[in-house]
Design a protein around this ligand. Structure first.
Ligand code: OFO
Length: 163
């Protein structure tokens, strides 16, 4: 059973959302890099790469289904307008919560259509979003502690060790 046009459209929107996440995180990385926080920058560059991989998995799925991948515009991120070092971390958490809601929306549609194949395919994303939100929340908490104890540079060097 081939996936429906509705699911195809939702996945195409999701491809855009994942690539927009990559663009957002690359912008955040550049904000930190310019401010001299190379560890934070490295962490967000790694995030950006992961987002491209998320988009690619969706692209492969549509190709496998014989459906057309439609790429659409991505808005420029506001990497020069952050209030302070904390704001991008807040934005990341809010953004991941938003992405989780989008993924849940596709799961709900797949369930409604009894499209069990797409539902199973989306399991990976559901788990990934739990992890993405947990990581974003943890980083925000770590930042607050580091800030309170004057150890932001220490956190920066820890983040710089991310592979
Ligand atoms: Fe693709 O997980 Fe973040 O946005």
């Amino acid at each position: 059973m081939q996936i429906s046009e509705k699911i195809t459209a939702l996945i195409n929107e999701q491809i855009n959302a994942e690539l927009a996440s990559a663009y957002l995180y690359q912008g955040i990385a550049e904000y930190y890099a310019f401010a001299g926080y190379v560890g934070f920058a490295k962490w967000f560059k790694a995030q950006a790469k992961e987002e491209v991989e998320h988009a690619e998995k969706f692209i492969d799925y549509l190709e496998e289904q014989g459906k057309k991948v439609l790429l659409s515009d991505i808005k420029a991120p506001s990497n020069e307008e952050y209030r302070d070092l904390r704001e991008p971390l807040e934005i990341q958490l809010t953004h991941e919560e938003h992405v989780t809601a989008l993924i849940y929306g596709i799961v709900a549609q797949a369930k409604e259509e009894r499209d069990y194949g797409t539902e199973r395919f989306l399991d990976w994303y559901v788990k990934e979003q739990v992890e993405e939100e947990a990581n974003a929340r943890a980083l925000l908490g770590e930042y607050d502690l580091a800030k309170e104890h004057g150890e932001v540079l220490h956190l920066d060097s820890k983040l710089g060790k991310r592979e």
